[in-house]
Design a protein around this ligand. Structure first.
Ligand code: ADP
Ligand code: ZN
Length: 288
């Protein structure tokens, strides 16, 4: 049996999985994130047992993805202890000598949603994750869209609501999307965990106002066929009609895709998007 491997390296947990060639997961394990000297041996040990033919890695960012740069395969500037400038890919390749697809966690999840979730049958999608942070991946013509680096759409600047005087939750920007609309931003502004807020709280109107701006911006720049929302905060279903309403207002009748219910949608794979994306990326390596 040909086996495929997946590593989702997240800020709170690492999830390692192995599937058969049809992406049926045959083993999966979670490790709480700590320093590389603890995490790396756990990863090597897991894959030693299953011997996958290729591995897809979706890693928290920022990471070096330009193969011509000396930063390639490294985790770049991060406050996470021990991971700053860490050559993740090099270590994996040294210990597990198989082809590896290396991308960000959100790009991997976007890839999963594109092929197996809410993006099935389309050509171009944007996938947002709204959780502890905010990030987005663009899949264009079936490929992960990257440039000089991976995109950092979570840090696009948004227009603040005149009623919002929250100091923000991004270390770098006062008025970026992540600063104003991530799960921890909602929590700090409201004084209550996002999942505990009532469905009719005006925090959700504010949240929709910011997420709608994100949709308008990506629609104008990249013209995706669909905008998909995943991540913990997106579990608040009441957000979706509000985002569409704000989107319609903001876009002012210009290039409005219809119906909006099919344009701005909830993700379908839930927590499996990242794993599925990594496995698909690993499979692609073998097929190529
Ligand atoms: P992570 O981004 O860490 O991988 P999540 O996507 O679950 O994990 O994001 C966690 C953030 O999302 C937290 O700020 C949490 O308060 C918020 N969150 C999680 N579940 C929900 C929910 N059902 N409704 C609203 N907010 C949620
Ligand atoms: Zn920011």
């Amino acid at each position: 049996m040909i086996k495929l491997g997946s590593i989702e390296a997240g800020g709170t947990k690492f999830i390692c999985s192995v599937s058969d060639e049809n992406l049926h997961v045959i083993a999966k394990t979670r490790f709480s994130t700590s320093s590389p000297d603890v995490m790396m041996p756990l990863i090597y040990q897991f894959f030693q047992e299953y011997q996958p033919r290729a591995i897809g890695i979706g890693c928290f960012g920022p990471i070096g993805i330009d193969p011509y740069s000396e930063n390639y395969g490294k985790i770049l500037a991060t406050p996470k202890k021990g991971w700053d400038n860490y050559p993740f890919l090099e270590h994996i390749k040294k210990h597990i000598n198989v082809p590896v697809f290396w991308t960000t966690d959100v790009n991997a999840a976007a890839y999963g949603e594109f092929w197996l979730g809410a993006g099935q049958g389309l050509h171009n999608i944007i996938y947002w994750t709204v959780g502890t942070g905010i990030g987005a991946g663009a899949i264009y013509n079936g490929q992960v869209l990257t440039g000089l680096s991976h995109s950092e759409m979570g840090h696009i600047l948004v227009t603040r609501s005149q009623y919002d005087h929250f100091e923000g939750n991004c270390l770098y920007h006062y008025d970026c999307l992540e600063s104003l609309a991530s799960g921890p931003a909602i929590e700090r502004r409201a004084g209550e965990k996002a999942e505990k807020l009532p469905k009719n709280s005006n925090q959700w109107d504010l949240e929709a106002y910011y997420l709608a701006q994100a949709c308008v911006d990506v629609a104008m720049i990249l013209s995706p066929e669909k905008i998909i929302f995943g991540g913990g905060v997106s579990n608040q279903e009441q957000l979706f009609p509000k985002i569409r309403y704000e989107y319609k207002k903001m876009i002012g009748g210009y290039l409005e895709p219809s119906p909006l219910e099919k344009f701005i949608v909830h993700a379908q794979l839930g927590n499996d998007a990242g794993t599925m994306g990594c496995l698909l990326l690993a499979k692609k390596l073998i097929e190529n």
